[in-house]
Every structure is written in structure tokens, then in C-alpha cells.
Unconditional design. Structure first.
Lengths: 321, 1163
């Protein structure tokens, strides 16, 4: 216990000590005195109700538009075999590094049995979708025309030009020398596309699309875009089409499914009915809520008025900040 | 630590003077004190140990350890360690600074110099080097270094005067005297050095008013009591020097024994948070188990098929083990429900509020230019939860200034101010005080507003003369002229000072006294009265009288005392006057004034002589001396003629009544704990409107034994619960029933009760078996006053309420005697701007005036609490919303831990904005927040899930990848919680706008930065989200999803609030408000108590006087004979030493003026 007369230096952390006692007087600023001009957000009944009606109208409208546009999408789904595929498991999720040396996250697909590093490493890369699908249009009953497909523009620009980079070397095969292909792959990474040499290595479009990991176990990925030339300027003309599929990607082993979908797009993308339906439901519910709130409010209004003379709480209990 | 071990062993203490070797055998503590908690070596381990006792810190440490295991970790370990280290370092630095100040003050105390007699000469020795058995010299106005046995002093008879304000809050001077054998030693160093007495006494203890011991010296034994001991913490006054032998030193001194331990204070929110953290941990464990079981099942059934595909055969883990690992990694992922940032934010909010307290101009006292100071920054929201306030009296509630306010003389009341209509009014600035300038000796500080008294004096009203004469004669005041020729009164009790000063200003100036005479200047004429007898005050008599012979030869007895006592002694002829005066007295008492009744008696010579002879005979008696003397006093103090009554105001601090009223409206109970006397304490209770005449009963517990106390408590309770229950049941049944009925009873007790308990009774009542009775009784009383309590008892009372009622307590005090209570209460408040600093140093908050307590609690406390609660609700809501999204995710992802939060944790910091957020926080509220959070998380997860299921982007590209999904959810989350906070913000100020808009803006800027090419180029491994935000947020459908999520999350909340506002709580609010309005109206009325006088008259008698001064005066012990005695009646020994009065005069010019001196001047 310190004794009384000891002039213990008082902590003056928030005070400017000076001879003039007045300087200890706190500043009279609105902030320090907690008296900033404040606007009180008053949820008035009419305000809330009109807000609700507006929201309801908006949601209903949006819902109907979305449903209509979703309906306008023409979609043909061809069930090939099984494509339900759990991509998103822990082992799959390790981000693929464009840097071969970094193998930290690639286990168990970082090195092959003999110790050579796998490129690209990781489970996702290993499980690449490598079926080839060729769509043919039967112009006549006899001549099948191969529908021209664009393999460009199926990736995100940033993925293709920023994220994924090939090792800088004149020859891809030499750049990947000393590495081995992932165990499930038929070809090494630098020979993915036999037709287009620029579409090899990590910059292969199919590879990039595959590497953009889906969020859900069931997913759709863009395979090709229609090249609108010749017969196909107006899109796919009505007629008979046939698929020629090289089955490389096994799904039976994990009881998966896969299918090919031909689809058109709308302003909001290939949106499903879900969003439109939920919008409609939300709009309807909001309207219902608004009506019930209004009913409750109106019935209670009289009661409230009769008690209006009761004083507000004590003045110092109000908030300022 | 070691001392306490030893203490428990120490049964008695043997100390030999001037013999360090001998005393060393016993290993008594030296005079070094430690109030600090740590030393350099022990700081780290002890502080860390303390910090990790906090559940949250331990929890984070545990998480950190988990994250260090690579199999489990899904977050990098530094995401936890950085904030944890930060939090712990911050706290440690704060603790270290606090302790540094304690070290500093300890050092200052320990390095004080005191003069120790070593080798026959005085040597300066640091306090810490003073040992038990040393003889030390003290000088005037010095603090006493240790508990000393007084050996000799400069004053006659080895007297010395001490001020014990630091110990018990009493500012009266107290007298201590040395044994006559030792007082002969004087200041003779050689004799003192040879003094080798052995003191055998009690072991160190905390009883301030008890000491028993025996001094053996020169083959004889002398018993020692408290009167021979000067305690550490006292100040020597009016004594130029004294010598003392150290009996107890350092931690063994009674002062240190009374100081409570510094405790680590935590708010109840903190404690609630601890519980919640445990709950949440349990919740996480449940979630983790669900997900782990799910994982195991999936692993078993589905995973097998993948294994071949994924090459998992090699690192074959069985599904149970996989589930086990998944469990731990989910624990880590889900820890975001209670992120460490919550604790950091809480501290930041508290710090902000502390600054608001410091900045508050309305708590700045210009009189002493002291702003309020939040000395602890972690307790602010607790200020909004206070249930009990424990207040000291002297210096906190009162200014310790006594002023003569009113008097009733011969049935006429003086001192009231009447307006032109003859109505009583308050004294305002407009009222002209009585002009005393005609009287050159008048005290300038004295103000009186009723001119009629001065007129009566001028008119020569004989009763008024007699009244004022009595005031000038019947007292123990000593007078002296200072260097400026001004008359200075040295008073032993401030009440007397007020009365004598009043008489002085009205022309009856007490000039001087000798053991046999009192000289008074009566309206300009010097009159010397012969003091024939002095019938001293004591607590039983409650009165004092003097018998004087005036120059005309008449013998008169002048008496003043408690009205209840004095009125019984009146002559029957006083009937009418008695009724009138009684009315006046109750009026005075009703205003909280301290009253004394005043009476005189004419004695005839013969009768007095006989009586005096009998008194002398009685004095010579060996047996039953006191009884005989008391009987004789009774005998002569009868047939008194009533003169009137005086009313002295113990001036309250400004705004005390208003503060107490509004605090009680806020349902805060105020207990007064004071070291002062019962009467004084009760009087202040009435003055503060804490006790009122309206009260059904005031229970006074003043028993001296455990049995008495128990009986008194039982009676009080019976009274409280009504006769029927207690009488119809036996005691045992009664107790049993009581337990069951306690809750019912507490509600059914109607009416206001008050409890007054004194220190002796409290000591017994605090024993375990009576403790609960006391507490129960006390808690049902509206007001509790504890008087004559020691500092430690104050702390015990606080502890009792704190522990047994689970209530939040606040203690407020100004002196060293309040330190232990300040330390043990949840919140300690010190009154700053006073001389002593201990209370402030031990406190959590300090300000200069009691009235600021109102603002501290009702404004700052409430705001802090509301804001903190709102913040916590919001925080938990947000975190549940955020974290549970992971949980839902888990269901659709093969129950394996995700990496998503890596991204999300960077979107995180701007999700919460502390300081803005203002609701009450309890377990129920917590569950509401949790449910709200869960709902939001469902909306946040399932709407994007449904929308993204099997869709493609505008350009047909993939949008359902996990990164886009994460961006969509995070953006929705930020928008939903921002809308939520906007709805929660009661008042929009600039700051709110800045933070809310700012946080949304910050989110987007951080998002785009994280997802930019540049940052990917720099750290490709840490930020693999390149282009994500840009890509996702340009998609219309993603915005549609975000919008829908927001609407779906917010609409139900608004609907519920709207309905809540309309339906249920308005009703209860209305009732509450109505009650408030009613309650508010009532005390406003009661603020003018005199206007509604009730029939029950109570005594306003409260006289801060002590026994023994009469004897001192008549023996002349405390006087130096300047003038030889005028009469040679009774032989008195007179000493020619330096008089205390001279000291006193010297002292008044001292810059270091003490409280009592201030008071004297003001009087």
C-alpha cells in the first residue's frame, strides 16, 4: 500500500499536463462529447410497408422474367453414361501450381513410383476429363458434316493468360523433361493437343477448364462453342445430329454419370429455373407479409394512440452515437 | 507469500528494543512493502499463466496446437498465432505498465527516509531498512513508517496527536500517549539507545482499534493497549517530535493487513463470454462429430471407389482415422464462430469508451480542474450493469465541512430564510448573508442568512445571550492567535468548531482557556469564567457539561447533548418550550441536520460545594470509581432549563441527493460503509434521503456478541416477514420455510426498510452461520448503512454481496481506508483531486465529485453496455452466418474440410465494424443471434447453391466453380450483414456512414486486389484467385443471386421487428415507462422533506466527539501555561514544553495543510 504523501506520478496518458489547470478540460468537440449530429433511422410503418410492397413487386417481376427466359433456353441433354462426379474432395482441391517445383500440395500425386515429379501434379489434374466428343450434322441422310467447334474462349481470360503459364522454353517437351505424366493420362502434358501446338502444356484449354474446380459434386463444364460459319451461322439447324465420343474418362468405377448438353444462352446466362422460382416465391411471400403486417398494424393503431401521452424514457438515456 | 505462511504460525510477537540480532531470530518481516504483482523474472510465467486462464486465450492456444499438426491443419498456423500473440502482448504490456507504476510507488515508499536510532545517534535510514525493534524518531506532519510503540514525545505526559484519516476516514485528531516510564526517556539519545525493553504482544492482525501487549523493562511489566500505539499510515500532528519502537513492520502493519489483494477484474460480459465460448466449443465439437461421421461413412461407401482412381491405395487410411482427422480440421475451420478478432474488437470498443469517459466535459470538475479518468479500460460495459453501490461517507458523500445552519432559541427558530410572503424559501444567491464586519474577530468564511438572530443579539435578548455564551463555554476547543493576530480554533470535533465559530461571529468570542478558566469576549467585553468542573462527553452520556462561575459569582451548569437524553433531564417548567423545541428539532433532523439540545442550570454555591466534595471523594476511590462519577454527573445534570437547540450541517458534496435519487430510480442499491460513528452515519443517511421518515422500519444492529447479533438479526427478520409466520413456526421450520419462500418473500415485502449495522456487530454477522441472514435482511432493505467498519470489513461486505448475490458491485471512496473495498468490488471508483491518492491509484475509474457517478453509470455505463451487447449480438450473428455456410458446404462436399476460409478470412476484417454497433446480451439473446445467423447462413448457402446448380455463365463459361461460388457467397454475406447493421444502427452519424459504406467499399477493394493479376504475379501460391472477382461480378446472374439472398435474409428480420414493435413488447415497455414515470415523480416530492413532516420525530443528534478531551483540558496536559493559573484551587502540573498550539500555528502557515486545518479555516 503506497502511503498518502508519496507524490505518485499520476498516469496522465489522456491528459495534457500543463501548469494551466484549464488545459485538463477535455475538448469540446462533437466527437469527444459524443454529440455528433445524428440521424435516427426511424422505421415508420408506412415506410416499411411501402418498401415491402415495392420489394414484392420487384421480386415477382424479376421471378417471372427469369422463368420466362429460362423457359426460352433450348437445351438438349444426351445422357451418355454416368457423369456424377465428386470433384470436390479434399484430395482434389489442392490448387494446381504452374510451378513444377512446388509439390507441397500435390500429394498423393506429386511424384510417381520411381520418384520423378508428375507434371501437372495433383489429383484434379490427374482426373482430367479426356473424352473427345465430335458432333456431326446430317445435312442429308448420307453426308454427315462435322459441326465446327471453337475450343478457344471456353476458359476465363485470366486463367489462360495470367494464371496458367508454360515453363519458358523453346521446346515444350524439353521444358517438361524430367517429369512424368499423371498416372491417368494417356499423353504427357505437352502433347495434349496434336493439332494446335500452342494449345499444349499448361495452356491447354481443356486442361484449364478442368482445373477450374467446380463447387458442387454435380457440375456442367463448357466443352466447345459452336463456330457460327457455313450452315451454322444461325446456330444449329434442325436436323439429325450424331455424337462420336472417344470414351477415355471412366465414371463407372465411382458410379458416376456423364452427359452431353447442347444449350442456348440467355441474357442472364444459362440460368436455371431455380432462381426465377425463388424470386417469384420471395415476391409472393413478401406481399403476403406486407398484407399481414398492414392488418396487424391497423388493428393495433387505435390502441397505440390512446397511450401516446406516456412520457418517453428519461432524457439522458437516449443515444447520441 | 512467505509472510503469510509465517503469519499463520505466529501466535505472539516478541520484540526487543534496540536489538536487531535478537529480533532476527524470529524472522519478522522488515519494513519493505510490495504491492506489485510481478518482478522481472516472474513477470512472464505469472502473466502468461494468468492470461491463459482466460478461456478464450486457452481455446486459441489449443487451436494453435491443432493447427501445428499438418494432417489436421486446413488453415495455416500463423493466422491464429499472429492475433493471439498480439492480444497477449497487448495485455502483457498493459499489465507490465500497471505493475511498473506499482513498483515505482512501492519504491518511493520504501525509499522514504526516517530517522533511526543506531549506535546512540540518529541516522537516516530508508523505510525498507527499518527493522522490528528499531527506535525511530518522527517529526510533525510526518507519516508514520511502521506500527510503533510510542516511547516519548515532545508533549507533556508523552502525548502525541495523530490523524488517522488514512486508516478509518475520521479526521478528528486522536491522542496517543506513551507509558510514563518510557516518556521520561525524552529525547535523550543515550538513554533511548540503552532502552532494552521487551514487548510481547499479539501477532499481526487487521484490527485497527485493538492492541494488547506487555512491555517488560527494568524488571517490571507494563501492559500496553491501543492508546500506546501509533499505526503506519497515520500522520503526526501538533507534536514536534516523538520516538517510537517498531513493533510491526511492512506487510505486518495493520494498514497493510487491511489492504485487500489486487485482483484481476473481469466484467460479467467477459464471464458470459467464457461460458459461451465453452458452449460454442461444445457446439463445434457436435458439428465436427456430425461431419466426421459423415466423412467416415462417405469414405467407407463412396470413397473406396475413388481410391483406386485416386491412387489412394498406397496411403491407405481407414475411414475411422480419416473421420478423426476430419473432425479436428473442422474444429479449426469452424473456429471462426469465436474468432480471436472478437476479443480484439471488444478491447478496442472498450478502449474507445474509456476515451469517451476521459473526454466527457460533464464529468470535469473545474474546482480542482480534474477530469474523469478511466484508469482501467476493460470494465466499461460493466458500468451499465451495476446493482449495488458501496459508498464511503467522509469525503465522498460529505465534504467534511460542518456549518452552523440553524438554531432554536427559547422557542424561536433562527436560520430560516423567508421571502416577503413569510414563506420559507431556499437559500439562493440573492439572499444577503448577515454582515459580520462590525465584529473584527468574526470568521469571514462563516455565513448565516437569517438577520433576525443578529437583531436579537443587538436587542439584547438574554436567552440568546445565554445560548451563545453556552456555545462559547461548553466545548473542548483550543484557541490561539496566529502570526497575523487572527484567532484560530483547533478543534477536536468539527461540530464543536462550527458551534464555537457561530458564537464567535455573533459576538461571544471564545478567546482562551486555562485548566481553570475560560475567557470569552462577550460583545466586546472580556469576561473570564472560572471552570469549576468539566463533565466530559462519552457515548453513553451523549452529552457534555461545564460548570462555571461567572464574574458575578453565579455558578452555572451549561450542558449540550443529544435531545433524547437532555430532555429527560429538564425541569418540569420547561414543558411548553420543550414541545416547541421538539418540533424545531424534528424539522432540523428532517433536513438531515445534526442537532444538539442546549440547556443550563443555575446552581447554588452550597449545593455545588457538596457535590464537588463528593466528586473528589469519588475520584479518590479505587473501586467503582467510574460508576460513582457517572452517578454524580447524573445527579447534577438535572432540572435543566432548556435554552434551545443547534443544527449543524455536515455539508454534502454537490448533487449527492439528486445522484442518490436517480441511482435508486435506476434500481441501484446504495450502501454506505463508513468508519464513522453510528449517529453520524445515520444522520448522513437522512441527509442524503437514503433514510426517510417514510420508512416502515430502520433496523439497528449494534450487538457486541455473536448471540446478540444473531438475536437482533432474527428479530429484524421477523419484523420484516411479519409476525404471523415467525410466531406460528418453530425456528427450524421457520428457516426451512424461509428457503422455499425466499424468492416469494422478496417480492412480497412491501414498504421500505433500512438496516444500520455497526462494525462490532458486523464482525460477528460476517461469520458463516449468520452471514446469510445478514445478507438476506440487508438485500431486502432499501438502504444499508454500516458504521464503524474497518477497511477490511468494507471489503468483506462487498465480497459478501458480490459472491452470494451474484450482483455487480461498485465501490466508491476517497481515502486509503476505502482501498480494499475499491479493490474487491467489480468496479472501484476513486474520488480524485484530494490529497491522498491511494484510492485513486487502486481504482478503475476516478473523478472529483460523487455526483459524476450518475453520469458514469447512467450514461457511459449504459452506452457502453448497450453498444457492447449490440456488437456481440451482431458479431455472433455474423459469425454464425459465416461459419455455418461452411457446415452446409460440408454436406455437399464429401464431408471434407475446405480451403474456402483461406479466401474468406481475408474478406473478413471489414465484416465487422466495432464501435458503431449498439441490445442486451445474454444467453437467450445469444441463441436468438445464433438462430438468426443460422437462418442467414441457410439463405446464403442454398440460394447460390440452387442457382449455381448446373448453370453456365452468360458466355457459357463455367461460373459454378468453387471460387466463384465463394465470391458470390462472400459478397452476399457482406451485403446482408451491412444491411443488417444499417438496420441495427439506431443513430446515423458521420462515423456510422463512414464505417458502413467504408466497410462495403473496403470489401470490394480488397476483393479486387486479392483477385488482381498483380498480386497473383507477386504471390502466385497465396493468391490463386486471379480474375475471379472480375469474372464473377460481371455476371448478371450472380448479382441477381446476391440481391435475392439479401432480400431473403433481411425481409424476415424486418417483418419480425415490425410485428414485435406492434405487438408484444410495446405493452411491457409502456408499463415499464409508466412505472418509471411514477417512480420518478415520488422522490422529487420527497426532496423537500421538511414540507411533509411526519409525526415520528427522530433525533438528528450526531456528534463527532470523543471521550477524554475533558480530562485533558482540566488536567492541563495539553496546555502550556502561558499565564499562571488565576486561582490556586486544584493543583495542576504544568509543563513548559513547546505547546501544541504553537505547533499548530506554525503548521497553519505550512503549505502542506491537512484536511482538518482547511476545515478550521473555513469554519
Amino acid at each position: 500500500m503506497p502511503q498518502k504523501y508519496i507524490s505518485v506520478t499520476r498516469r496522465t496518458k489522456m491528459k495534457r499536463t500543463s501548469e494551466d489547470g484549464q488545459s485538463k478540460l477535455p475538448d469540446n468537440t462533437a466527437l469527444k462529447q459524443q454529440q455528433l449530429p445524428a440521424y435516427r433511422l426511424q422505421l415508420s410503418a408506412t415506410g416499411v410497408l411501402s418498401c415491402f410492397f415495392a420489394t414484392g413487386v420487384f421480386c415477382l417481376g424479376m421471378g417471372i422474367i427469369l422463368i420466362l427466359s429460362a423457359k426460352s433456353i433450348k437445351e438438349i441433354e444426351v445422357l451418355l453414361s454416368l457423369l456424377t462426379f465428386r470433384e470436390f474432395t479434399k484430395a482434389f482441391l489442392f490448387t494446381v501450381s504452374s510451378c513444377i517445383q512446388d509439390v507441397g500440395n500435390c500429394a498423393p500425386f506429386s511424384k510417381s513410383h520411381d520418384g520423378t515429379p508428375i507434371a501437372p501434379c495433383g489429383a484434379i489434374a490427374n482426373s482430367i476429363f479426356n473424352d473427345t466428343i465430335i458432333l456431326s450434322y446430317k445435312l442429308n441422310s448420307s453426308i454427315p458434316i462435322k459441326v465446327p467447334m471453337l475450343r478457344s474462349g471456353i476458359t476465363w481470360w485470366t486463367d489462360k493468360y495470367v494464371k496458367f503459364q508454360n515453363p519458358s522454353s523453346i521446346n515444350l517437351s524439353s521444358a517438361f523433361a524430367g517429369t512424368t505424366k499423371p498416372p491417368c493420362w494417356a499423353k504427357p502434358v505437352y502433347e495434349l493437343d496434336g493439332e494446335d501446338p500452342g494449345n499444349n502444356g499448361f495452356l491447354n484449354d481443356d486442361f484449364i477448364v478442368w482445373m477450374r474446380t467446380a463447387a458442387f459434386p454435380t457440375f456442367k463444364k463448357l466443352y466447345r462453342r459452336l463456330n457460327r460459319i457455313q450452315y451454322f451461322i444461325e446456330g444449329l439447324p434442325a436436323g439429325n445430329y450424331s455424337f462420336n465420343i472417344t470414351y477415355n474418362f471412366p465414371v463407372t468405377r465411382f458410379k458416376g454419370e456423364k452427359s452431353v448438353v447442347l444449350s442456348t444462352l440467355t441474357w442472364s446466362g444459362g440460368s436455371s429455373l431455380f432462381l426465377g422460382l425463388v424470386y417469384t416465391v420471395t415476391g409472393a411471400v413478401t406481399w403476403l407479409a406486407s398484407f399481414s403486417m398492414m392488418a396487424v398494424h391497423l388493428t393495433l393503431k387505435d390502441r397505440k394512440v390512446s397511450n401516446a401521452e406516456i412520457p418517453e424514457s428519461l432524457p439522458f438515456l437516449t443515444f447520441h452515437l | 507469500m512467505f509472510c503469510s505462511e509465517k503469519k499463520s504460525l505466529e501466535v505472539e510477537r516478541i520484540v526487543k528494543a534496540n536489538d536487531r540480532e535478537y529480533n532476527e531470530k524470529f524472522q519478522y518481516a522488515d519494513n519493505r512493502i510490495h504491492t506489485s504483482k510481478y518482478s522481472i523474472l516472474t513477470f512472464l510465467p505469472i502473466n502468461l499463466f494468468e492470461q491463459f486462464q482466460k478461456v478464450a486465450n486457452a481455446y486459441f492456444l489449443f487451436l494453435l496446437l491443432l493447427q501445428l499438426i499438418p494432417e489436421i491443419s486446413s488453415l495455416t498456423w500463423f493466422t491464429t498465432i499472429v492475433p493471439l500473440v498480439l492480444v497477449i502482448t497487448m495485455t502483457a504490456v498493459k499489465d507490465a505498465t500497471d505493475d511498473y507504476f506499482r513498483h515505482k510507488s512501492d519504491n518511493q515508499v520504501n525509499n522514504r527516509l526516517s530517522e533511526v536510532l543506531l549506535d546512540s545517534k540518529l541516522q537516516n535510514e530508508k523505510w525498507m531498512n527499518v527493522k522490528v525493534g528499531d527506535i525511530i524518531k518522527l517529526e510533525n506532519n510526518q507519516f508514520v513508517a511502521a506500527d510503533l510503540l510510542l516511547l516519548s514525545s515532545s508533549e507533556p505526559h508523552g502525548l502525541c496527536y495523530i490523524e488517522t484519516a488514512e486508516l478509518d476516514g475520521e479526521t478528528n485528531l486522536k491522542v496517543r500517549h506513551a507509558l510514563s516510564v518510557t516518556s521520561e526517556l525524552g529525547a535523550d539519545f543515550s538513554r533511548l539507545a540503552k532502552f532494552d525493553g521487551i514487548v510481547v504482544c499479539e501477532a499481526p492482525n487487521n484490527k485497527l482499534d485493538k492492541f494488547t501487549g506487555v512491555l517488560s523493562w527494568k524488571d517490571s511489566k507494563h501492559s500496553l493497549n491501543n492508546e500506546n500505539i501509533i499505526l503506519r499510515g497515520c500522520i503526526l500532528r501538533n507534536t514536534s517530535w516523538c520516538f517510537g519502537m517498531v513493533i510491526f513492520a511492512g506487510p505486518d502493519t495493520k494498514l497493510m493487513q487491511n489492504s485487500g489483494k489486487t485482483k484481476f477484474k473481469r466484467t460479467s460480459i467477459d464471464r458470459l463470454m467464457n461460458t459461451l465460448v465453452l458452449w460454442i466449443f461444445g457446439f463445434l465439437v457436435c458439428l465436427g462429430i456430425i461431419l466426421a461421421i459423415g466423412n467416415s461413412i462417405w469414405e467407407n461407401q463412396v470413397g473406396d471407389q475413388f481410391r483406386t482412381f485416386l491412387f489412394w491405395n498406397e496411403g491407405k487410411k481407414n475411414s475411422l482415422f480419416s473421420g478423426f482427422l476430419t473432425f479436428w480440421s473442422y474444429i479449426i475451420i469452424l473456429n471462426t464462430v469465436v474468432p480471436i478478432s472478437l476479443y480484439v474488437s471488444m478491447e478496442v470498443i472498450r478502449l474507445g469508451h474509456s476515451y469517451f469517459i476521459n473526454w466527457d466535459r460533464k464529468m470535469y470538475y473545474s474546482g480542482k480542474s480534474t477530469p474523469a479518468e478511466a484508469r482501467t479500460t476493460t470494465l466499461n460495459e460493466e458500468l451499465g450493469q451495476i446493482e449495488y453501490v458501496f459508498s464511503d461517507k467522509t469525503g465522498t458523500l460529505t465534504q467534511n465541512i460542518m456549518t452552523f445552519k440553524k438554531c432554536s432559541i427559547n422557542g424561536k427558530i433562527y436560520g430560516e430564510v423567508r421571502d416577503d410572503m413569510g414563506q420559507k424559501t431556499d437559500i439562493t444567491k440573492k439572499n444577503e448573508p448577515v454582515d459580520f464586519s462590525v465584529n473584527p474577530q468574526a470568521d469571514r468564511t462563516f455565513q448565516f442568512f437569517d438577520h433576525r438572530l443578529m437583531e436579537s443579539v443587538k436587542l439584547g435578548d438574554s436567552k440568546v445571550y445565554e445560548f451563545l455564551r453556552l456555545l462559547a463555554l461548553c466545548h473542548t476547543v483550543m484557541s490561539e492567535e496566529n502570526s497575523a493576530g487572527q484567532l484560530i480554533y483547533q478543534v477536536q470535533s468539527p461540530d464543536e468548531g462550527a458551534l464555537v465559530t457561530a458564537a464567535r461571529n455573533f459576538g461571544f468570542i471564545f478567546k482562551s482557556r486555562t485548566p481553570e478558566t475560560i475567557t470569552v469576549e462577550e460583545l466586546g467585553t472580556l469576561v473570564t469564567y472560572q471552570l469549576l468542573a468539566f463533565l466530559d462527553f462519552n457515548n453513553i452520556r451523549k452529552r457534555m457539561s461545564v460548570i462555571v462561575r461567572n464574574p458575578e459569582g453565579q455558578i452555572k451548569l451549561y450542558s449540550k447533548g443529544a435531545d433524547t437524553i437532555l430532555f429527560e433531564k429538564l425541569h418540569p417548567s420547561n414543558e411548553d418550550l420543550l414541545t416547541l423545541t421538539t418540533d424545531h428539532l424534528s424539522e432540523f433532523a428532517g433536513e438531515g441536520l445534526r442537532t444538539l439540545a442546549i440547556a443550563y442550570r443555575d446552581l447554588d454555591d452550597k449545593y455545588f460545594k457538596e457535590w464537588h466534595q463528593m466528586l473528589e471523594d469519588a475520584n479518590a476511590l479505587m473501586d467503582e470509581r467510574d460508576e460513582r462519577i457517572a452517578g454524580l454527573y447524573e445527579e447534577i445534570e438535572r432540572d435543566l432549563m432548556l435554552l434551545g437547540a443547534t443544527a449543524v450541517e455536515d455539508k454534502l458534496q454537490e448533487g449527492v441527493i439528486e445522484t442518490i435519487t436517480s441511482l435508486s430510480l435506476a434500481n441501484i442499491k446504495i450502501w454506505v460503509l463508513t468508519g464513522d460513528k453510528q449517529e453520524t452515519a445515520i444522520n448522513i443517511g437522512y441527509a442524503c434521503n437514503m433514510l426517510t421518515d417514510d420508512m416502515n422500519d430502520v433496523f439497528i444492529i449494534a450487538g457486541n456478541t455473536a448471540v446478540e447479533v444473531r438475536e437482533e438479526l432474527r428479530k429484524a427478520k421477523e419484523n420484516l416477514f411479519g409476525q404471523n409466520r415467525s410466531s406460528s413456526n418453530g425456528h427450524v421450520v421457520f428457516e426451512k420455510q424461509q428457503l422455499e419462500l425466499d424468492s416469494v418473500v422478496e417480492e412480497t415485502i412491501t414498504g421500505d426498510y433500512a438496516l444500520v449495522i455497526n462494525g462490532h456487530s458486523l464482525a460477528h454477522a460476517l461469520e458463516s452461520d449468520v452471514k446469510n441472514d445478514l445478507l438476506e435482511l440487508a438485500c431486502m432493505c432499501k438502504t444499508v448503512v454500516c458504521c464503524r467498519v474497518t477497511p477490511l470489513q468494507k471489503a468483506q461486505v462487498v465480497e459478501l454481496v458480490k459472491n452470494c448475490r451474484n450482483a455487480v458491485t461498485l465501490a466508491i471512496g476517497d481515502g486509503a481506508n476505502d482501498v480494499s473495498m475499491i479493490k474487491s468490488a467489480h468496479i472501484g471508483v476513486g474520488i480524485s483531486g484530494q490529497e491522498g491518492l491511494q484510492a485513486v491509484l487502486a481504482s478503475d475509474y476516478s473523478f472529483a465529485q460523487f455526483r459524476y457517478l450518475q453520469r458514469l453509470l447512467l450514461v457511459h455505463g449504459r452506452w457502453s453496455y448497450f453498444r457492447m451487447c449490440k456488437f456481440l449480438c451482431y458479431f455472433f450473428y455474423k459469425n454464425f452466418a459465416f461459419t455455418l455456410v461452411h457446415f452446409w458446404f460440408g454436406f455437399f462436399c464429401g464431408f471434407s474440410a475446405q480451403d474456402v476460409s483461406d479466401q474468406s478470412s481475408m474478406d473478413y476484417p471489414q465484416l465487422y465494424e466495432p464501435g458503431q454497433l449498439n441490445l442486451l446480451f445474454n444467453k437467450r439473446k445469444f441463441f436468438i443471434c445464433m438462430a438468426h445467423g443460422i437462418y442467414t447462413s441457410l439463405a446464403l448457402f442454398f440460394i447460390p447453391y440452387g442457382a449455381f446448380h448446373n448453370v453456365a455463365g452468360e458466355d457459357g463459361q463455367h461460373i459454378a466453380d468453387y471460387q466463384s461460388f465463394a465470391v458470390t457467397m462472400a459478397t452476399s454475406l457482406v451485403i446482408v450483414v451491412s444491411v443488417q447493421i444499417a438496420l441495427d444502427t439506431s443513430y446515423w452519424t458521420v462515423i456510422n456512414h463512414v464505417f458502413i459504406w467504408g466497410s462495403v467499399a473496403t470489401y470490394f477493394s480488397i476483393l479486387f486486389t486479392m483477385h488482381s493479376n498483380g498480386i497473383f504475379g507477386m504471390f502466385p501460391n497465396q493468391f490463386p484467385f486471379v480474375g475471379n472477382a472480375r469474372h464473377s461480378l460481371t455476371q448478371k446472374c450472380i448479382w441477381l443471386v446476391i440481391l435475392l439472398t439479401t432480400v431473403a435474409s433481411v425481409v424476415p428480420v424486418v417483418v419480425l421487428r415490425f410485428l414485435k414493435m406492434d405487438l408484444c413488447p410495446t405493452l411491457s415497455d409502456r408499463i415499464r415507462q409508466r412505472q418509471k414515470a411514477q417512480k420518478k415523480a415520488r422522490p422529487l416530492r420527497s426532496r423537500r422533506p421538511q414540507t411533509r413532516r411526519s409525526s415520528s420525530r427522530r433525533s438528528g443528534y450526531a456528534f463527532a466527539h470523543q471521550e477524554g478531551y475533558g480530562e485533558l483540558i482540566t488536567s492541563g496536559k495539553n496546555m502550556r501555561a502561558k499565564n499562571p493559573p488565576l486561582t490556586s484551587g486544584l493543583e495542576k502540573t504544568l509543563y513548559n514544553s513547546t505547546s501544541w498550539i504553537e505547533n499548530f500555528c506554525k503548521k497553519t502557515t505550512d503549505t502542506v495543510s491537512s484536511f482538518s486545518q482547511d476545515k478550521t479555516v473555513k469554519l
